[in-house]
Ligand binder design. Structure first.
Ligand SMILES: [Zn+2]
Length: 513
């Protein structure tokens, strides 16, 4: 380890933490994966301050500068830090400023404000993060659901009026001016599920006018999936802005095997001029609330419950991750709870929702959530391989789904090394340059001089996730060191405590100080 002289230098200079990066670091003997998808090449890379100062490919070399720390990385792979285009980490990063779940998998930028939920106003959230920085960069969409709640309040189970849509457009304009990347929607959730498509188009036009984008947890990932895809494509066409399908999946028995049909549809839309893209997390099970199993919100319907358990998630595939009305149920499957209660699973499901909704009606939040296995490997692999799919976690920094700690190493270990669905270079591109392009962040996601030095040093031969549903916070193997804006935030399996993360606003992509 060659960092000691740098530390001594920073102490000698009497500076705070900044000199660690400012002194400069030369990483030699690396396998450089530049983010573009081009074959990895041996070379060296210089970090100066917050940025990449130089990149040289063998046989070219970079001669060490006076005072520079030289670190031989012994052939490990050096890639741009991962940009998580769909995370819920933004909701928790102030409580977990080291963002261990993110940095331990090589993530250096969190793209939050997802599924229709964001901080409002974003200007305050961004200001807070700048006064008290965290380990990672943070950017955000403006959430449609959040804005809709502000305007409609508790009376949200209906279409919005023209006046209300105008009020929402005004709020969105403010959020776009504060630096939101665009508009996010969560159309399987309250209150987004009650919005008309016309409302979404009117709002998307505001995002488009500001040069922003649209990203959506689409209206259905199961029963009405094809209509939901038609809706997002129509929004892209009518509002004239790039649209991204969040955590793309085929989450219903009757949809299994339909990945080719979906991708053909998306490719056709792209050819017709709709800039549609997707992100994906590498697991066959999702994590959300019980209510998404009832798109008609007919929670008392035995028929709807039986349909959900037959077509969307079988009772043994549904784990209650959290359940406040009866905390002893947490961690158990619906099948086990039904056995305990001596009733058919569909009846249990109805009872669980009834108790949870009663508690929510009293104003309690975070009452329940579930982890549900609804997808199959063949679809996941084809969706992952689509050239316009980038990677995401959809995870939390302190959540129960292992994706919050394992997504990127899982792609690199399982889908690159073991199953060979992607090359290492393709996977890195999907986590970096492609992700940056899909959310509109320049100056990151590529190993080029002048870019911000968000970097991950990893071992392609060993990298793999270890987080599971039983141990969702187990750290991955093979992520050796992570830099954010030129400063090391993770190494040796622990966060360094450094907090160099910036707020990334849409305007320039780079942070303003
Ligand atoms: Zn979602």
């Amino acid at each position: 380890m060659r960092r000691t002289p740098v530390l001594l230098l920073s102490v000698a200079l009497g500076g705070p933490l900044a000199p660690l990066g400012a002194a400069g670091t030369l990483l030699t003997n690396a396998l450089l994966l530049d983010g573009s998808g081009a074959p990895g090449r041996a070379g060296s890379l210089r970090i100066e301050g917050e940025r990449i100062a130089a990149v040289a490919y063998a046989p070219e070399t970079l001669a060490p500068l006076a005072g520079e720390a030289v670190v031989d990385v012994h052939g490990l792979a050096l890639a741009p830090g991962f940009i998580d285009t769909h995370t819920h980490g933004d909701e928790e990063v102030r409580e977990h400023p080291d963002a261990l779940g993110a940095v331990s998998q090589g993530i250096t930028t969190l793209i939050g404000g997802q599924d229709g939920g964001s901080e409002l106003p974003l200007a305050d959230f961004f200001g807070e993060l700048e006064r008290q920085p965290v380990a990672v960069n943070v950017a955000s969409y403006a959430g449609h659901g959040t804005i809709r709640s502000r305007v409609l309040g508790a009376d949200f189970r209906r279409a919005a009026t023209r006046t209300e849509v105008e009020a929402m457009r005004d709020l969105l304009r403010t959020e776009m001016a504060a630096g939101a990347l665009g508009l996010s929607t969560g159309l399987e959730y309250d209150p987004g599920i009650y919005s008309a498509s016309t409302e979404l188009v009117e709002l998307a036009k505001v995002a488009a006018a500001a040069g922003g984008r649209y990203i959506s947890h689409v209206r259905s990932e199961d029963r009405d999936f094809w209509a939901a895809i038609d809706e997002i494509l129509a929004i892209g066409r009518e509002a004239k802005l790039p649209v991204q399908i969040s955590h793309v999946k085929l989450a219903m028995r009757s949809l299994w095997g339909e990945a080719p049909r979906l991708l053909a549809l998306l490719d056709a839309a792209r050819r017709s001029g709709v800039d549609v893209t997707a992100d994906i997390y590498p697991y066959l099970y999702w994590h959300a609330g019980l209510t998404v199993l009832f798109p008609l919100r007919n929670f008392e319907s035995l028929e709807a419950a039986e349909f959900a358990l037959r077509e969307v998630v079988p009772p043994e595939g549904l784990i209650l991750a959290r359940y406040l009305p009866q905390p002893s149920y947490a961690g158990k499957t619906l099948a086990a709870i039904a056995r305990e209660r001596g009733e058919p699973p569909a009846r249990t499901l109805i009872e669980l929702i009834r108790m949870a909704e009663a508690m929510k009606a009293e104003g309690r939040e975070g009452v329940e959530n579930i982890i549900a296995t609804s997808m199959i490997e063949g679809d996941l692999e084809q969706l992952l391989a689509w050239p316009e799919t980038n990677l995401c976690t959809d995870g939390q920094l302190d959540g129960r789904h292992p994706r919050g700690f394992g997504s990127y190493p899982r792609v690199l270990g399982r889908y690159v090394r073991e199953r060979r669905v992607l090359t290492l270079e393709q996977a890195v591109r999907k986590g970096t340059a492609l992700a940056a392009d899909h959310v509109g962040i320049p100056d990151r996601g590529r190993l080029v001089p002048g870019a911000f030095a968000d970097l991950v040093l990893l071992d392609p031969a060993t990298v793999v996730d270890r987080a599971t549903t039983d141990e969702p916070h187990a750290l991955s193997t093979g992520i050796e060191r992570v830099w954010v804006n030129g400063t090391v935030v993770y190494e040796g399996g622990r966060p360094t405590g450094a907090r160099p993360g910036r707020v990334l606003r849409r305007a320039s992509g780079a942070a303003t100080r």
